[in-house]
Design a binder for this molecule. Structure first.
Ligand code: GAP
Length: 447
């Protein structure tokens, strides 16, 4: 248990390569390559026992800030499969494609909007003419040939909100300004992949469509840009690694009047974490015109009818998870040994506490440790572990970001006290076992 941090141990290193994150993710059970036993499939990932906890915590924090902490946002869970007319109206059928060029020398493929000049950015070779690649996955609904309908897996969750605009307006007591929040899977047949989970073919989005009166859109846009930037900071992303970048006019999506990206300094450079767009009245008008259904709002107070403008903060769950992993990664030398730990905000940590018996061959200690584990678990994930020496058990919990390790020793049997070790500082305190529940509640729920 002699694990107090040696202050002469040197600096804490926070730089990390993507391959270190990918290795740790696999070794500890955060993220696995999908269908790996068959050689995998490009850019599709599975979340392991710790990954699912981290992902759920990220989604819960987003939902809390978007829905539970406000009274002007409703939730929705729309289906992935939609009537294909949706994608004609949204503009995805005609314009959701990447322009790609291949290098005739090294055979690498590039998005032409991401490279400068007309030759290969890697080897200087000649590039082919740009070709358009459709990003939507196509499949079929129905089994009888001729009667089957060609459909798409949704490339964004947003359209499920737009087509439900009237349903939500009529069934809730909301009126503009109000929003609809949704978290769900999206699919894109990405051609240029790599960088671990950053650009996946199956991924999750957290999207809010916030409907406002035209003319009030600019001020709500500013509001959401600031709110979304601060959400990441509030959950521990270092300010120097987060920035806002406004889209140049030629970068804007076909529906957007204005867009800011929240960018994170990933190991491969500044890259998009989330986009906040002013989508104007584009989507509601398009769906109105193609469906023949009125999608607008009548204001009883003023007698005015209008099509709301939409401000859309659209974040990727997988990119947020990756950013939180990178942001949390630390290494340092303690008593001549390298220690790796994930310094997650307590709200995001996959496991909140580990109960560790100092001697596993002493039944009374094991029994007391189990009792403590049973007492504190239920609200959040707590584990019991006695499969290695205490030093190794600490290292394991450090590496998966568990904020508190609770050790039961021989003295505990006499004085009813346990040792609580904090992950980052490695500080230890002795506490009555009966006080643990309140201690953890205070630490974990009042971040
Ligand atoms: N509804 C607007 C929309 O979908 P987007 O910029 O294409 O806008 C929003 O996507 C967010 O979704 C991105 O900022 C990113 O976090 C995430 N995202 C998009 N494509 C992704 C992919 N292939 N893999 C992982 N996340 C992706």
């Amino acid at each position: 248990m002699n694990d107090v941090k040696d202050t002469s141990g040197g600096e804490v290193i926070t730089n990390v390569a993507l391959k270190d994150i990918a290795n740790l993710s696999k070794r500890r059970g955060f993220i696995f390559q999908n269908s790996e036993i068959y050689g995998g499939i490009g850019s599709v990932w599975d979340y392991g026992p710790l990954g699912i906890e981290l992902k759920n915590n990220v989604k819960a924090e987003w939902w809390k800030s978007m829905v539970y902490d406000r009274d002007d946002v409703e939730g929705l869970d729309a289906a992935i499969i939609m009537n294909p007319e949706t994608w004609k109206a949204s503009g995805h059928v005609s314009s959701f494609a990447d322009l790609l060029a291949d290098c005739l020398e090294c055979k690498k493929r590039f998005r032409t909007d991401k490279i400068q000049g007309e030759s290969c950015p890697e080897c200087g070779g000649k590039l082919t003419e740009p070709r358009s690649f459709d990003l939507m996955f196509k499949t079929r609904v129905g089994s009888v040939e001729g009667e089957a309908l060609d459909i798409y897996l949704r490339p964004e969750t947003a359209q499920g909100i737009f087509v439900n605009f009237s349903n939500i307006l009529n069934s809730s007591r909301q009126k503009p300004p109000f929003g609809v929040a949704q978290i769900g899977k999206s699919f894109r047949n990405e051609i240029t992949t790599g960088n671990f989970t950053f650009r996946s073919r199956e991924f999750e989005q957290m999207e809010l469509e916030f409907f406002v009166k035209p003319g009030e859109d600019e001020q709500w846009y500013e509001y959401w840009v600031e709110a979304r930037f601060n959400w990441y900071i509030g959950l521990g992303i270092k300010k120097e690694n987060l920035r806002l970048r406004e889209h140049a006019p030629d970068e804007l999506a076909h529906y957007a009047k204005k867009c800011h990206d929240v960018e994170f300094l990933f190991p491969m450079g500044w890259s998009e974490l989330e986009g906040i767009a002013n989508r104007t009245d584009y989507d509601l008008k398009q769906h109105s015109s193609l469906s023949g259904q009125e999608l607008n709002y009548f204001d009883d107070a003023t007698g005015e009818r209008y099509v709301p403008y939409v401000i859309e903060p659209s974040g990727g769950v997988d990119r947020a998870v990756l950013a939180f992993l990178i942001n949390a990664y630390r290494t340092e030398t303690v008593r001549d040994r390298k220690r790796t730990y994930l310094s997650f905000d307590n709200r995001l940590a996959p496991i909140k506490a580990a109960v560790l018996p100092l001697l596993k061959n002493k039944p009374e200690i094991v029994e007391m440790a189990h009792r403590i584990r049973d007492d504190i678990r239920g609200v959040y994930r707590v584990v019991y572990d006695d499969t290695a020496s205490i030093g190794r058990l600490y290292r394991r919990q450090d590496e998966i970001g568990t904020p508190y390790c609770i050790t039961v020793d021989v003295e505990s049997l006499e004085d009813g006290k346990v040792t609580v070790r904090e992950r980052d500082s490695m500080d230890q305190v002795r506490l009555e076992a009966s006080a643990l529940k309140n201690f953890l509640k205070d630490k974990l729920e009042n971040c």
